[in-house]
Design a protein around this ligand. Structure first.
Ligand SMILES: Nc1nc2c(ncn2[C@@H]2O[C@H](COP(=O)(O)OP(=O)(O)OP(=O)(O)O)[C@@H](O)[C@H]2O)c(=O)[nH]1
Ligand SMILES: [Zn+2]
Length: 186
């Protein structure tokens, strides 16, 4: 669990450290709000995304399953600022072993809810798929804007970072990979 009391105390310290007054009207409840927010946006530190997976047997469907444009919010581990975008999750079931579509988005959500790197988020989602339903192939592509590159530092609003993680046949077979990428771009 997120230690909310500890977060509260730390946020109060930060407010003092930046030279503001944590006891002024507008900030009085801020440490508590931030603690509740961290409990929500870092919940993935305390959950195993594999637990969501429920497997169905769907005859011999050994074709692409793609859920695209899954809205994704995560926090960059270097600056603790959000990166925001979409994830596309694909797999090709082995012997009809499929999972509920919503579970793909639940896996993304859980893996996103911790201090992350976009690369790691992308590959962790692919690895959860491989570990749980052992598909013939899996791919995760993510496009995101990092606020640490937008509102500070290099200040490049609008720049997007694209990462992919390819597994199994989607990695090894060029034709399958091309088909997957075409569907994602569509
Ligand atoms: N690879 C990768 N880098 C990230 C991600 N999120 C943020 N970063 C980068 O992390 C790097 C941290 O660089 P540092 O030089 O340690 O920190 P900094 O001085 O604040 O860097 P600047 O952002 O360039 O001002 C920056 O280049 C960020 O753009 C991510 O998801 N993946
Ligand atoms: Zn950052």
């Amino acid at each position: 669990m997120v230690d909310k009391e500890r977060v509260k105390a730390a946020v109060r310290e930060i407010l003092i450290a930046i030279g503001d007054d944590p006891d002024r009207e507008g900030l009085k409840e801020t440490p508590d709000r931030v603690a509740r927010m961290y409990d929500e946006i870092f919940a993935g530190l305390h959950k195993d995304p594999r637990e969501y997976v429920k497997v169905f047997q769907e005859e011999n469907h050994e074709e692409i399953v793609l859920v695209k444009d899954i809205p994704t919010y995560s926090i960059c581990e270097h600056h603790l600022l959000p990166f925001v975008g979409v994830a596309h999750v694909v797999y090709i079931p082995r012997k009809g072993k499929v999972m509920g579509l919503s579970k793909l988005a639940r896996i993304v959500d859980t893996v996103a809810k911790k201090p992350q790197l976009q690369e790691r988020l992308t590959s962790q989602v692919a690895d959860v798929l491989m570990d749980t339903i052992n598909p013939i192939g899996a791919a995760v592509v993510m496009e995101a804007e990092h606020l640490c590159m937008t509102m500070r530092g290099i200040k490049k609003p609008g720049s997007r970072t694209i990462t992919s993680a390819l597994r199994g046949i989607i990695k090894t077979d060029a034709r399958t990979r091309a088909e997957v990428m075409a569907l994602i771009k569509d």
